[in-house]
Write a protein that binds this ligand. Structure first.
Ligand SMILES: Nc1nc2c(c(=O)[nH]1)N[C@H]1C(S)=C(S)[C@@H](COP(=O)(O)O)O[C@H]1N2
Ligand SMILES: [Mo]
Length: 329
């Protein structure tokens, strides 16, 4: 297994050997991690590999070794970069799917610090550039499912949130982790609107946060995150509905009691704390049994079957053993 962190100065230990995952998409997974020394080469390789598809190429490369975390790879067509970066939910920038791509250029992601506080031994404030070095970057291809009924397959870059959690040493009393995102009315036109209570908040139970699939995410498609996808750092929890994946995180807080998340506060009967993808538990206003894969299924069709825990059942079902999932939805 070859894993290098992005700040590594190690020379490449062998050639880049891109390999097609799904040739229809002509998306090639870079099999090797490259250090800063190899970043130019990585950018070149990714431009070559993605030529012919709507591709990244404008943002700084953020290469990650292919993840070996069980369940991290989905052998389905990868959603185009074009769709993944222009069909978004990021309500701070508007409620239309096209608004974030249109408006999020105002978001200032440098400098960016994350405050880590609460029931931990090592509270502190760190710059994103420091956090990026805390563990080796991995590329993980995850199936993503929005509570609204659409889905995508996205190659994220980051490392398991558990790596950060281990470093800051939670106390035994820390049972939940809360993610508080940026709410800056100067750069975010919809902060101050009454749709949600700002800042946008999400939370996980400690064992969910420690699960290896839970990704602290800095990039996608081999590059740093575009603003509309939650730059410079966000959460990705692939077995939960999309809204659990807090974008542009400013604060991480370790607490004892189950926190109330933004959507749960807005409509508690519709959005529960767990929000695990579950085709058998419908949203009060619509079925959750099927979904529409963006850019593959027709605009109005929703014929793809939604999978239990979004297809990650083997990996995560044990976290909820014995729980009534229609009660703890
Ligand atoms: N700060 C913040 N994070 C957020 C949201 C938001 O409105 N604000 N929307 C959520 C929802 S509903 C979804 S489906 C995902 C979408 O992530 P993507 O645009 O990268 O696909 O982001 C989630 N994270
Ligand atoms: Mo969503």
């Amino acid at each position: 297994m070859l894993i290098q962190s992005v700040d590594s100065n190690e020379p490449l230990s062998s050639e880049i050997t891109p390999r097609p995952i799904y040739s229809e998409r002509r998306y090639f997974l870079k099999q090797l991690a490259q250090g800063v020394a190899g970043a130019g080469l990585a950018a070149w390789a990714s431009r070559q590999a993605m030529a012919g598809v709507a591709a990244p190429g404008k943002l700084a490369p953020l290469p990650g070794a292919t993840s070996l975390v069980a369940g991290a790879m989905v052998m389905e067509k990868i959603t185009t970069y074009q769709d993944a970066s222009t069909y978004n939910n990021y309500y701070e920038f508007g409620t239309d799917k096209a608004d974030p791509a249109r408006n999020a250029h105002t978001l200032k992601t440098k400098p960016w610090t994350i405050e880590v506080e609460g029931l931990i031994k090592k509270p502190g404030r760190w710059g994103v550039e420091d956090l990026i070095k805390w563990s080796a970057m991995e590329e993980r291809i995850y199936r993503m499912r929005c509570v609204e009924g659409w889905s995508m397959v996205i190659p994220w870059v980051g490392y398991s949130l558990s790596e950060l959690i281990k470093r800051i040493e939670p106390l035994g009393s820390a049972k939940y982790i809360e993610f508080i995102t940026l709410a800056d009315p100067k750069t975010m036109p919809f902060v101050g609107s009454s749709i949600l209570d700002w800042p946008y908040r999400e939370a996980l139970r400690m064992d969910e946060a420690m699960h290896p699939l839970t990704l602290l995410t800095f990039g996608m498609y081999g590059e740093i995150l575009p603003n509309q996808n939650g730059a410079p750092v966000r959460l990705v929890v692939p077995w939960k509905y999309g809204f659990k994946n807090a974008k542009s995180i400013a604060k991480i807080r370790f607490v004892e009691k189950e926190p109330v998340n933004s959507w749960g506060r807005a409509a508690p009967q519709e959005y529960g704390f767990y929000s695990n993808v579950n085709p058998n538990v419908d949203h009060p206003r619509w079925s959750q049994s099927t979904e529409r894969r963006i850019s593959e299924d027709g605009l109005l069709s929703k014929k793809r079957k939604t999978l239990m825990f979004n297809g990650y059942e083997k990996q995560v079902a044990s976290l909820y053993a014995g729980m009534d999932l229609s009660k703890y939805f």
